[in-house]
Design a protein around this ligand. Structure first.
Ligand code: ASP
Length: 320
């Protein structure tokens, strides 16, 4: 294992105690995190290959919203690095007695927690905790605001398959308006030199990102022949105030990625999706399970990215 540790990239340039979003990271920071994740990927699949980079540390997964992949992979990532994990269950906690998020975090921290992995439906909740607790804070999704580790694993998957992000065209398709995955992808992809196209119904795609050079389109069929990657986003019904289109059937006719549409795309187009996928809505089963799809591979990369994020932030725990 010592041999493995000596193969990790030099991390002297990493300065961040928290990982709250990708907007504040430089292209060099993102590249370093991806490089570290790439190394972890080679060993992280097997529990037998446990590292001791975080031994003696405790990571608390503080989830106030449901999760399958993010919570499990942060838990496994911490364990693979040798840390103990405390899983906080919001539903059975004293939050129901009126305790605030900050008081909850500070009380848990008093038991000896080093890092918090926070998911909350309120944008800014992880930042608030980072300002009021002393441990590292990693944002595992805050409302429609940001989901940095999801974007990093998406970008890592693209980099592994296409070699680079520079000059590649990535379309984010679906519910851009309510998607924290879209926001974090936009920042990360733009910083690494990709061209980003947002695509979906006009009720879910706005031109607000044009100021940082992001393009937008309401027609998937029109952009298909020109894209290298399609990131298919779930319609976030739980975050919408009103229905953005008459029925799922209308959405399907214009935006579902199916075999007919795939035939119009570049022959080596890469299909990714953050999950959970709703088969038949954003993507059909044949495309999701087909040869162009890297959806399951993304999940493996998620573990590696979260190991990298936990380790790098911990290295700077004495910083701001
Ligand atoms: N799992 C992702 C998230 O938590 C994507 C989704 O829910 O659609 O944002």
């Amino acid at each position: 294992m010592d041999d493995f540790i000596s193969t990790l990239p030099c991390v002297d340039s990493w300065r961040h105690k928290h990982l709250l979003g990708l907007e504040s990271l430089s292209a060099e920071d993102i590249t370093l995190l991806l490089d570290v994740a790439d190394r972890f990927r080679t060993i992280c699949k097997s529990a037998k290959n446990k590292l001791n980079l975080l031994s003696g540390k405790t990571v608390c997964t503080l989830f106030f919203e449901n999760s399958t992949r993010t919570r499990s992979s942060f838990t496994l990532a911490a364990q693979r690095l040798g840390a103990s994990v405390l899983a906080f269950a919001a539903g059975t906690s004293s939050m129901s007695k009126g305790e605030t998020v900050v008081d909850t975090a500070r009380n848990i921290e008093a038991m000896g927690v080093d890092s918090f992995v926070v998911r909350h439906n309120m944008p800014g909740a992880p930042k608030l905790i980072s300002e009021n607790a002393s441990g590292c804070v990693l944002n595992a999704g805050d409302g429609a605001h940001a989901h940095p580790t999801q974007a990093l694993l998406d970008i890592l998957t693209i980099r592994q398959r296409l070699g680079t992000l520079e000059g590649k065209t990535v379309a984010l398709v679906g519910d851009i308006a309510h998607s924290r995955v879209a926001r974090s992808n936009i920042w990360g992809l733009k910083k690494l030199g990709a061209k980003v196209i947002l695509c979906g119904p006009s009720t879910l795609v706005s031109s607000e990102w044009a100021k940082i050079g992001v393009e937008y389109s309401y027609s998937l069929d029109e952009i298909l022949p020109n894209v290298d990657v399609l990131n298919l986003l779930r319609i976030q019904f739980e975050r919408q105030q009103s229905r953005p289109f008459p029925s799922v059937r209308e959405y399907e006719l214009l935006y579902t990625m199916n075999a007919r549409r795939l035939a119009k795309a570049k022959k080596d187009v890469l299909i990714i999706a953050p999950g959970p996928i709703n088969r038949g809505v954003e993507v059909t089963a044949e495309v999701a399970d087909g040869p162009q799809s890297a959806i399951i591979d993304q999940v493996t990369n998620g573990l590696a990215v979260r190991m990298a994020a936990l380790w790098l932030t911990d290295l700077r725990r004495d910083g701001e």
